[in-house]
Design a protein around this ligand. Sequence first.
Ligand SMILES: Cc1ncc(COP(=O)(O)O)c(C=O)c1O
Length: 459
Amino acid sequence: MLTIQNLEQEERIAHDHYFEQLFDKEFFRLEEGNHTYLDFTGGGLFAHSQIKVHFDLLSQNTLGNPHSVNPTSHLSTVFASYARKTVIEFFNAHDYTCIFTANASHALKIVGESYPFGPDTSFALTADNHNSVNGLRIFAQNKRAIVSYIPLLEDLTVDDEVMAKTLHSPQPFSHKLLAYPAQSNASGIKHSLDWIKVAQNNGWDVLLDAAAFVPTSPLDLSVHQPDFVTLSFYKMFGYPTGIGCLLVKNSSFHKLKKSWFAGGTVKLVSVTSAHHFLQDDHEKFEDGTINYLALPAVKSGLDFLSSIGMNRISERVNALQNYAVQRLKSLKHTSGQKMVGIYGPPNRKNMGGTITMVIYDALGQKIPFEEIEQKASNANISLRAGCFCNPGVDEQMNAIDNIAIDDYFIKAREGNYKEMMEHTGIRRGAVRISVGIATRQKDIDTFIAFLDSYRNRIL
Ligand SMILES: Cc1ncc(COP(=O)(O)O)c(C=O)c1O
């Protein structure tokens, strides 16, 4: 319940001195550009000092392609190994192998193409998943695996009963893979990490998509030990883009079958004879040349987050999220009609810094997300609108059943989101803001003032 004390407390936390000073020192470019950046789930922002550290490193060293023993090559290998070691330490992932990838999607793809899917295997995934996880079903289907979705409830949490039934199903599959996000990129819900152990105790391998979770929450892989973990570093600390990782639990490494070889992934290949020997460790899955110039910046990015502390970031984001929710809930048209509907569980326990909403006019009609997005952009506010590459949450949020969707897919040979809305006559999509390390109370207030300009508006 909203109380004055509650609001005062949130305001006090949102004025946290530490983060105000951090902003002035590291993120002042936002102020200079007059930006209201509320898209931290889309991409994190780098601190000024990260760039300085990286610039100095590149300026003071000569780095060469790492696949050699020459001095510049050797130095790249050394920096890459520092980055790998820092990743392992950051996530307390001493039982894991860190495979550098281009991004989270690429990490997911490695699992999809290497997991031993077959007719006697099962692939279960939550309806709340980013498309880069949904897309793995194609690998599974192509190998005739059984694919099933675990549905969401009205409040966008996962249906626990179906989850339990799926995990405890006695069907004798040779391999079973469960995939879910530690935090939803669409609703902000943090799903239970306890499912990992339950699933594994019942013979499942677990793929945890941590891309939306790790930027603002601590992940300790000595406590929760999914078989595969995927993430993108730019979401955590903004720079560099183009690097993610796949963390594979060492005891599950052998389960991933590499389907081809490339430069860097083999110990020996013959052309006169059709044989090759693959590398044994992370190198087996790092195709071609790793991003050796940018990899040192992964270390400086993680060092930056560690210097603040993930628990502190998590508390800050939670306070900002609470503050934003209270303010959004207080927005009303003069008639008393609420202006904002927030998706997700009303108690907002276990939520990250993502708030997904619909904006209503004075008669309770949904204002199209495209309009909000456009007007927000005009006001230099960066937010997201649409379905956020997460159709499962979008379909549940807007109560769209599979009959309407099937009908569209069957009739339309080609199509897109907009045409589907026109065909079904169902307005879907939502508006999403997400807060992070560089968010100030002022940014939320600016967004609230922007929404307030819709007061008494009739479509
Ligand atoms: C939960 C989640 N998983 C996966 C991805 C894919 O990340 P990337 O686009 O960096 O590959 C995203 C991106 O938004 C995400 O939010």
